[in-house]
Design a protein around this ligand. Structure first.
Ligand code: SF4
Ligand code: MSK
Length: 623
């Protein structure tokens, strides 16, 4: 294998496919990344602005050229405004996803749900109680309708806090209130970012960053949490389930369908339609042994943890899946989908099928998906994939052998069940030092980092130091591929964590779901802090995103820090052009919200920062 291919990814399946791509002259994100070099230095530092048509303006970071934009905006203003707009986009993406889930719950309650049903009634009732919705003598449908309306109302709410923020410890809420960052309606906070960052509005970088935190909290404790909770109501709360991960899950003798994107509203129905006897019979008719659904990115995580549907790969493997030549349909909804997939699919028999009215791709087949007719549309999409099977060219099929077993589906409810119904055993293990602390390691891939190198090395280093890792998103998929989500991976952990995992029969890295499910990590932290009678910022916990790329990750990082959790980023956000903003995020925030960011591209050094942080928090707690 060529050295330059080995440098692109540590994943053997990805390496095999990158070699095929090179041989067949197929372009991937890694090639396009190289063609972009050198990337714009002003953009990297965050010191460019297009917020009005007197610009574009930029600031010379060396102090030799302009120090202000035409309007007089400084580097501090440009960097802070740019960061806020990333938060707005990220919070909007998570929250608009949540809005669609709430809408689906509403349609389901009204009997117009096109095949959806309420799978977790107990959770529905718990949420209804939280919202103050009466339960006595009322049907599930009536309660579900009220919960859907209550959730939908949180988007446009003009005054007062959003409901789930009150799951946080009282001291945390108090901090938010004193700072004026207790979020109101989700849409309101996002709109206010767009207003404040318009030319000539908010020009105080501290005031801007504080509002960015407020909007991000509306994502973490609002949009993302609503998405998680209502998805559990509709599709079931995840419980531990075993499956497999990596491109080796594709099958040479079956119709392979990839679901890619984020919203399980689509992928749940595709999974159901792929089991429809009529379509399974059709698959046999066209010469296939069956229909194999596999996931990429977060919609893959959603169906993985609820149905054990295998994962074909994480973010940077979306093109590699098509290059296997064995994918009949790549079905996408929203977020993290390369527009490049359209051209690439046209080099194969693969149908690239877009489904969301919000996300169209030139060159894709658009089969629009609406909740009211969900099952029928899902069947039509799966039928298109099955009928495409005879067009596969066996001579171009290259399915790598690599795949790994995994155990996934550790919702907070499932973790509590594994602990025997109480947090006490976990707190006991933390107090005794068997488990030193907990790290949430999450986020994307980014060709700026050798694929999966940051994820896997950081996670291995943390568990070796007896830090329990909880994971979501593309980190979770990297860990699944590397075998870290197997109970046997406890062998790689330090003695204390190993003993706890072996006693409970769980992996040292717990898969908690998709990106919106980082809200599950917040809920777990809040529950631990409440049980211990401390704030989240007092806990021996930390967050990390070793290979992040998405604006959603910026919103996530902001709400995790604003919730009091130290967070290490592996790729550098575009803030270094302002020493003031950089200083605020990496140091000053500690005295404001009780947590800060660190940036450390080396996963071993990043893990050391987390270990040191957790050690210091333990000492402060006297444990
Ligand atoms: Fe330039 Fe100011 Fe307009 Fe930005 S808002 S483009 S810095 S004039
Ligand atoms: S899918 S946001 S690449 S984690 Fe959630 Fe992966 Fe990042 Fe998309």
């Amino acid at each position: 294998m060529k050295e330059e291919i080995l440098q692109r990814s540590i994943d053997p399946a990805a390496q095999v496919m990158l070699a095929v791509a090179e041989k067949e002259h197929l372009e991937t994100a890694w090639d396009r990344f190289e063609k972009q070099q050198p990337q714009c230095g002003f953009g990297e530092l965050g010191v460019c602005c297009r917020h009005c048509n007197m610009g574009p303006c930029r600031i010379d970071p060396f102090g030799e050229g302009p120090a202000r934009g035409v309007c007089g905006a400084t580097a501090d203003i440009m960097v802070a405004r740019g960061l806020l707009r990333m938060i707005a986009a990220g919070a909007a993406a998570h929250s608009d996803h949540a809005r669609d889930v709430a809408h689906t719950l509403k349609l389901t309650a009204e009997g117009k749900g096109g095949g959806y049903a309420i799978k977790d009634e107990a959770k529905l009732r718990r949420l209804a109680e939280e919202y103050g919705i009466p339960l006595d003598g009322r049907s599930t449908q009536e309660i579900a309708l009220d919960v859907a309306h209550a959730a939908l109302a949180e988007f446009g709410q003009q005054e007062g806090p959003i409901r789930f923020t009150r799951r946080a410890p009282a001291r945390r809420v108090d901090t938010w209130q004193k700072l004026g960052i207790d979020p109101r309606g989700i849409d309101r906070e996002i709109v206010e970012i767009m207003h404040r960052t318009h030319m000539g509005v908010d020009n105080d970088y501290v005031n801007l960053i504080l509002h960015g935190l407020r909007a991000s909290l509306a994502d973490g404790w609002g949009g993302s949490m609503i998405a998680t909770e209502l998805q559990d109501v509709l599709f079931g709360t995840p419980q531990p389930v075993r499956s497999e991960a990596n491109l080796g899950v594709l099958k040479a003798d079956q119709v392979n369908i990839i679901v890619h994107g984020h919203e399980p509203i689509l992928s749940e129905m595709i999974v159901a339609a792929a089991q429809d006897p009529e379509l399974v019979a059709l698959a046999k008719e066209v010469g296939a042994q069956g229909i194999n659904v596999a996931g990429i990115c977060c919609t893959g995580n959603e169906v993985l943890m609820r149905h054990g549907i295998p994962v074909a790969g994480n973010f940077l493997q979306q093109e590699l899946a098509i290059i296997t030549g064995a994918v009949e349909a790549m079905i996408v909804d929203v977020q993290c989908i390369f527009p490049a997939l359209a051209d690439l699919s046209s080099c194969f028999h693969t149908k690239f099928i877009s489904t969301s009215p919000k996300a169209k791709f030139p060159g894709a087949t658009h089969m629009e998906f609406h909740e009211e007719t969900a099952y029928d549309t899902a069947k039509a999409i799966v039928r298109t994939a099955v009928e495409n099977y005879p067009r596969r060219n066996p001579a171009r099929v290259h399915i790598p052998d690599e795949k790994s077993e995994c155990m996934v589906g550790f919702s907070v409810e499932a973790i509590l069940a594994a602990l025997g119904g109480s947090l006490d055993p976990l707190l006991g293990a933390i107090k005794s030092g068997a488990i030193q602390g907990i790290a949430g390691v999450v986020g994307c891939n980014n060709p700026k980092v050798q694929h999966d190198y940051g994820h896997i090395n950081m996670v291995k280093e943390l568990i070796r130091n007896n830090i329990l890792v909880v994971t979501t998103g593309c980190n979770a998929q990297a860990c699944a591929k590397a075998g870290l989500l197997r109970p046997e991976a406890a062998e790689l952990a330090g003695d204390g964590l190993k003993g706890v995992c072996q006693a409970l029969g769980v992996p040292p890295v717990l898969h908690m779901g998709s990106c919106v499910d980082i809200s599950r990590i917040l809920v777990a932290c809040a529950a631990i802090a409440n049980t211990m009678g401390v704030d989240i910022s007092d806990l021996p916990v930390a967050g990390a995103a070793p290979e992040w790329m998405s604006e959603k990750a910026v919103s996530i990082g902001a709400y995790v820090v604003a919730s009091g959790i130290f967070t290490v980023l592996g790729t550098v956000p575009p803030v270094l052009g302002s020493s003031n903003v950089t200083q605020l995020l990496t140091a000053g925030a500690e005295g404001v919200v009780g947590a800060r960011f660190a940036v450390e591209p080396d996963p071993f050094k990043a893990a050391r920062l987390i270990v040191d942080h957790i050690t210091a928090k333990r000492a402060a707690l006297g444990i």
